[in-house]
Design a protein around this ligand. Structure first.
Ligand code: HEM
Ligand code: NAG
Ligand code: NAG
Ligand code: NAG
Length: 514
């Protein structure tokens, strides 16, 4: 009996040591593999030196979140025109801040890398922003008519209405001394506009606060996705899922989908009604959601439910968060530079006469206002950076090259602050965008909407919305910065302000804006 027991113990001990040994070997192999990978990566990126980096943390520990943009600007000047930034020890990215380098990248059709855009997928799915190849092409071609100018025309009135709701709210809020934090109000306004324009949904979300949860979920999600991208620890799906951030992300996704699922199912219900379908077919132009649900390809196949959901999630997010950032920073610039605010107001008053609503024809007359919008997007680019994974090797104009599969990022924010392209980049000077000056500049020096085939499909919509929002705001209010709370720009997926955007508003009394 004792003998048998002894044998069992010995056997299990030896299996134990066997498996321990096995584990040890596996670990060693893994370490060796990582070592080789690191060596290879260093070699690939060695011709684009950047600041010294830690073997495991990369540059992460050198960048504090509040300082991120300034650190990047100083690095890009020191290591111009392109340098390697290590996101952790095993993910180097070539950061580009030179117009010619940007041109080389945007002139190709490289895919969005899953390393950088992957964290977005559980939230916005594989919609236009993330897709690649023939499927991207098919979706882009299908959705382009949703942004035809005949479709955009009636939107001007809808955006005017949404803006007025926001301004009415501000009138209730303002007191002489207290400043208003704009970003959340503007986000609800742009969400309201987008829902009316692209989804034909008249929501009351600015007043009822019934979509605050969606806006907050998006705020959380853009922060969390950016954090996940930055910290290699979170790149592993398993580790992310069990982490506190991962669980927060999961919950925010659930909330965001609650909203978009509702929009889709309501429209689908409508489409079961034949009279509704007839009405839609009679419309000369379909809205975005009609296109998604009704378009069929040559084989008579429509989009799958999953594809529809991805596009709705993509546009719901891209279509409101970007313009909310653009408009908030624009209003801040106006407050900060009163002489330009005054000039825009004068231009707008001359165009509108005694009307208090903007019309389509007005938009193309707002020359100075448009220059101010561009200058504001130069200083505060709503999308600070984009990423690509090279599908084949690239050689830049200075002869240096990178092989297939490397990651590159065009840092639009830093590009817009490039001193050799923009004299005194920190100065707000709309005259940079006068027709004469614009025609002399490099084609890839100003890229708020990116460039090439993967540029922003909503850029015209966005410009219109910014013009309408600015025009109506300036007719109603005088804007002043709050000296106690200057905004601190902070990159997430979208440019936000660490402490919000606070302005003092004073009601203008005149013939306008009643
Ligand atoms: C000020 C406002 C906006 C800015 C600065 C902006 C900027 C950009 C940029 C830089 C890209 C390229 C992204 C990349 O390469 O990863 C992009 C793509 C995109 N934008 Fe915008 N955007 C704005 C507003 C909008 C609006 C209003 C919509 C929709 C209504 C929209 C929908 C999209 C979509 C769907 C893509 C992906 C296009 C594709 O890859 O084919 N954007 N945007
Ligand atoms: C800015 O652009 C110029 C080319 O116009 C380039 O030579 C320079 O390196 C760029 N600077 C930075 C900081 O990237
Ligand atoms: C505004 O710009 C357009 C085209 O750029 C030009 O034709 C027009 O004369 C300009 N209007 C004013 C008032 O400067
Ligand atoms: C071009 O830009 C410079 C600097 O911003 C400005 O001083 C000048 O007036 C502009 N020129 C024209 C023709 O607008």
């Amino acid at each position: 009996m004792a003998y048998v027991l002894e044998e069992i113990v010995r056997l299990s001990l030896s299996t134990l040591s066997l498996s321990a040994g096995f584990c040890l070997i596996l670990t060693l192999l893994k370490v060796l593999q990582l070592y080789w990978k690191k060596k290879e990566l260093i070699k690939i990126y060695e011709s684009f030196p950047g600041p010294p980096s830690h073997w495991l943390y990369g540059h992460n520990h050198k960048i504090r979140q509040r300082e991120e943009l300034n650190t990047l600007l100083s690095w890009s000047e020191k290591y111009s025109p392109a340098f390697t930034r290590w996101f952790g020890g095993f993910m180097p990215v070539l950061v580009i801040t030179h117009p010619d380098f940007a041109k080389a990248v945007f002139g190709r059709g490289d895919p969005k890398s899953m390393t950088s855009y992957g964290p977005l997928v559980p939230w916005i799915g594989k919609g236009l922003l993330v897709l690649d190849g023939p499927k991207w092409f098919k979706h882009r071609r299908m959705l382009t008519p949703a942004f035809h100018y005949n479709v955009l025309k009636p939107y001007v009135t809808l955006i005017s209405d949404s803006t007025k709701v926001m301004l009415d709210k501000w009138e209730q809020l303002i007191t002489q001394k207290k400043s208003v934090e704009l970003f959340e109000h503007v986000s609800l306004m742009t969400l309201d506009s987008l829902m009316k324009c692209a989804f034909s949904c008249s929501s009351n979300c600015q007043v009822d606060n019934d979509l605050d949860y969606y806006v907050r979920a998006v705020y959380d999600l853009t922060y969390l996705v950016f954090q996940r991208f930055r910290f290699s620890f979170y790149h592993s799906d398993f580790l992310y899922r069990i982490s506190a951030q991962g669980r927060r992300f999961h919950e925010a996704c659930r909330l965001a989908h609650l909203h978009t699922d509702k929009i889709i199912s309501e429209r689908k219900k409508l489409l079961q009604d034949e009279r509704e379908v007839e009405k839609i077919q009679k419309k000369r132009y379909l809205d975005f959601l009609d296109i998604l649900l009704c378009t069929k390809d040559e084989n008579g196949d429509g989009l799958s439910d999953e594809d529809v959901r991805a596009e709705v999630d993509t546009f719901m997010f891209e279509g409101h968060d970007t313009t909310a950032s653009g408009i908030s920073w624009l209003l801040y610039c106006m407050a900060r530079y009163p002489e330009h605010q005054q000039r825009c107001r004068k231009e707008i008053q001359e165009i509108l006469g005694d009307r208090d609503t903007v019309q389509w024809e007005d938009l193309s007359k707002m020359n100075y206002t448009t220059m101010c919008i561009k200058e504001s997007m130069r200083l505060y680019s709503p999308v600070p950076a984009v990423w690509r994974q090279l599908s084949k090797s690239i050689t830049f104009i200075d002869g240096r090259s990178l092989p297939k599969d490397s990651l590159v990022s065009v840092n639009i924010y830093a590009l817009h602050w490039n001193r050799s392209v923009w004299k005194d980049p920190e100065v707000f000077d709309p005259m940079r965008f006068s027709p004469e000056n614009s025609s002399q500049r490099h084609s890839h020096a100003f890229l708020p909407f990116a460039a090439g085939s993967r540029n922003c499909i909503g850029q015209q919509f966005a410009m219109n919305e910014m013009k309408v929002a600015l025009a109506l705001t300036l007719l109603r209010f005088d804007l002043f910065p709050d000296p106690a709370k200057p905004p601190e720009p902070m990159p997430q997926l979208i440019l936000k302000s660490q402490n919000g955007i606070h302005l003092l508003l004073r009601r203008l009394h005149g013939d306008h804006g009643n």
